[in-house]
Design a protein around this ligand. Sequence first.
Ligand code: HEM
Length: 459
Amino acid sequence: MASSTLAKKLPVRGKRLPPGPKGWPVVGMALHLRRDPLAGIRQIARDYGDITRFHVLTRERILLNNPEAINQVLVMQQNKFHKSELTRRITIRLLGQGLLISEGEFWRRQRRLAQPAFHRNRVNDYATTMLELANAHLGEWRDGETRNIGHEMTGLTLDIAVRTLFGTTLPGEAKKVGEAVTYLMRYSLRRQRAPFRTPETWPTPANLRANRELAFIASLVYRIISERQAAGDSAEHADLLALLMSAMDEDGTRMTPQQLHDETMTLFLAGHETTAQMLTWTWYALSQNPAVEARLHEELDRVLAGSPVEAADFARLPYLQAVMNEVLRVFPPVYIMAREVVEPCEIGGYDMPIGATIMFSQWLMHRDPRYFDDPETFRPERWLDGLADRLPAGVYFPFGDGPRRCIGQGFALLEAAIVIATVAQRFQLRLASGTKVIPEPLVTLRPRNGIDMTLHSRN
Ligand code: HEM
């Protein structure tokens, strides 16, 4: 039985429920959160404490603003929660039963099969491809020109995603894949934001185009899979799809073409947009903090001495790592997470009713003055003396935590480090005059309209 149906039937009277705002009749806190969701949840947490309860339309929400409670949901009692219905609703057409939204034994098997492809040694093999593509993009940049850095970073991470997933199998189609994925992302975002959604089956121009793009990507993925299966040569390819195709479970079974398709789409979408936003925020943060930028340049110039960066260099680039930690703290691409209660449980002394949506936010926790000095200030130095090891679990979680922690964390950090080092060795980026940067919390935290920046060659 769907847990949301259960929620309506179970009486909640007599239970210990968290305090929270009543909101307006019928819509609850919907309007309050719609205007400015980040400020909205911050105010609720400030007014009602670490565990609060409110309604958005018919849905019951519980906001956790306490590391111990967040750790209970992500790690200690994680089997009592599923991914939220909202996450599933937004992404299911694109991602099918991929890792991001599947559950239970099916998810466990898929994760087991996919995990070796993300082993550190495997991931490091992609460093050359990442560097090559970063250099190819930079080859088009000219001193003094202005570019939308959000679009630049999205284009680059998309190219990296296409090449690491499919290798060089897609010379003519890489651009079309990129355009299809970009359209589908925007289409999902528009639907998420719309106050009233028309059913996806209605033949509106947007729905028809989304169907065409989905069919295009599906046919491409299935074609590559069947060509490789027919030629029996998937082991000869060094891309993620080949690794997923050759992964075999203990019982000798492999992923079906449908599962390969869903996982490929999931890695594509989960991987490129988040990393693009992390990189975009990095250029913004560096441009606003010249002393940080100067220290990063000094480290890169001293350690790399003008040579291209390699995966083995990162241990000698602690300040670069601190910059990345700080970007993920202040501008977490995944700024909020949600779970749905599927088994009754107690968190922080309160009963969590079945069907309730539990939310917790990196944006809130990463800027909480109880855990970070001067939390609104971008200061990578804070990470240099082992802060990461001292923080209690549930305070800093840009990649989530527990069994469903991001499978691509190592991949993303390698990619970000290579792109940041390669760009910063050659260019200094400054906000173009008149550019206003407004964080916009959509599926990821992105700057509204990207960021126009002027490129200054460092040579
Ligand atoms: C800066 C970049 C990234 C950030 C901030 C990020 C963040 C996250 C977070 C917070 C989760 C957990 C979601 C939850 O528990 O509800 C997650 C899951 C996931 N991420 Fe990432 N991610 C990034 C890059 C990547 C990359 C590069 C890939 C793939 C190449 C990837 C693939 C996935 C997948 C497949 C999951 C689902 C894992 C599972 O449930 O088993 N991510 N990511």
